[in-house]
Structure formats: C-alpha cells, structure tokens
Design a binder for this molecule. Structure first.
Ligand code: GDP
Ligand code: MG
Length: 163
C-alpha cells in the first residue's frame, strides 16, 4: 500500500529542500488552482524501496490580510486531512520558536499521525535544538539534514510501519 506524507512547519525550516530530495524530478503536479492547492505542492516521493505521495506546504511567507496563525492553522489542518502521516519539521539550529509551538499544539491532536523532524541537524550547532525538540510532546525527533542528505535511513525506518 502507498501512503501520503505532508511536510508541515514554519517557513525556512527546510520543507521544500526535503521535498525536492524525496521527489527529485518526479514532480507530478504543480497546481495553482486559487485557494485550493495554491499553497500545496504534490510529488511522487521515493526513499529506498518506499514509494509515496509527498505534499509540500508553502504560502505562509506571503503577506496577506489574514493573520499568519489563522493561515497556518488552515493550511496545516488541510495538509493533515489529506495525508496519512505528517512530517512536522523544525530547525535544529534555531531551536524551538513560538511559531513552532503553535504548530505543535495543532498537531498534538493528531499525534498518532505525526512524525517530528529536526532539520539542519548536521554538525554540533544542532545539538541543543535537537534536545529541545523533545519538549514539543511529539515523541522522538528524527535528526535530518535535508540539504546534506543525512538522517534519511532514520526517516525510512519511521515511515516503514506506515507503508
Ligand atoms: P521551507 O521554507 O521550509 O520550504 O525551507 P527551504 O527548503 O526553502 O529552506 C530554507 C533554507 O534552509 C534554504 O536556504 C536551505 O538551503 C536551508 N536548508 C534546508 N535544509 C537544510 C539543512 O539540512 N541544513 C542547513 N544548514 N540548511 C538547510
Ligand atoms: Mg518551501
């Protein structure tokens, strides 16, 4: 059976970098249908022998009249509804921010379908953030470096039971 993975989290944590790593050039669809999929990008993901659909969330960077929190909530809830599992990404170098806490609060209601990833985990600068990520109450963070391709075997082993 195949599954759908949504990558969620605040801007700049590395969601699209991971999406591109998982999807490569197999980008299935970039839909710009107003209001529906404008902020979601879907592709065919591949990790080892796993094949799955990946959803990248974006659009939170854009300035609009609606509050960032309101849009975050809507976008995150939509992505969670579409997905079998959500990868909630934080930045291990920055550590946990108030915006991360807002995401975590939304996602804890669906904690059984959430994987926590601490990205930018290459090198020692990430150690503090990696430990801090435990405080989000979403279990053990997967240490990733989307840019350098580190932690992919750990991501694989966490996705395997879902597949
Ligand atoms: P998004 O806004 O969450 O989609 O984040 P992006 O994928 O656009 O990445 C934001 C910035 O973080 C870019 O400059 C990336 O090159 C950088 N970045 C992504 N992954 C990593 C990583 O694993 N390590 C480091 N050091 N930088 C990363
Ligand atoms: Mg992005």
């Amino acid at each position: 059976m195949s599954f759908t993975l949504a990558i969620v989290g605040r801007p700049n944590v590395g969601k699209s970098t991971l999406f591109n790593r998982l999807v490569g050039k197999r980008l299935a669809l970039v839909d710009d249908q107003p209001g529906v999929t404008r902020d979601l990008r879907e592709g065919e993901g591949k990790l080892g022998d796993l094949r799955f659909t990946v959803i990248d969330t974006a659009g939170l960077e854009e300035a609009t009249d609606e509050s960032l929190q309101g849009r975050m909530r809507k976008l995150t809830e939509r992505a969670v509804d579409m997905a079998d599992v959500c990868l909630f990404m934080v930045d291990a170098r920055t550590g946990i921010t108030p915006t991360d806490e807002v995401f975590a609060e939304i996602l804890r209601k669906r904690a059984d379908r959430v994987l926590l990833a601490a990205n930018k985990a290459e090198g020692r600068a990430a150690e503090g953030g990696l430990i801090e990520a435990w405080t989000l109450g979403l279990g053990e963070p997967i240490a990733l470096s989307a840019e350098h391709g580190e932690g992919m075997p750990d991501l694989y082993s966490r996705l395997l039971p879902i597949s």
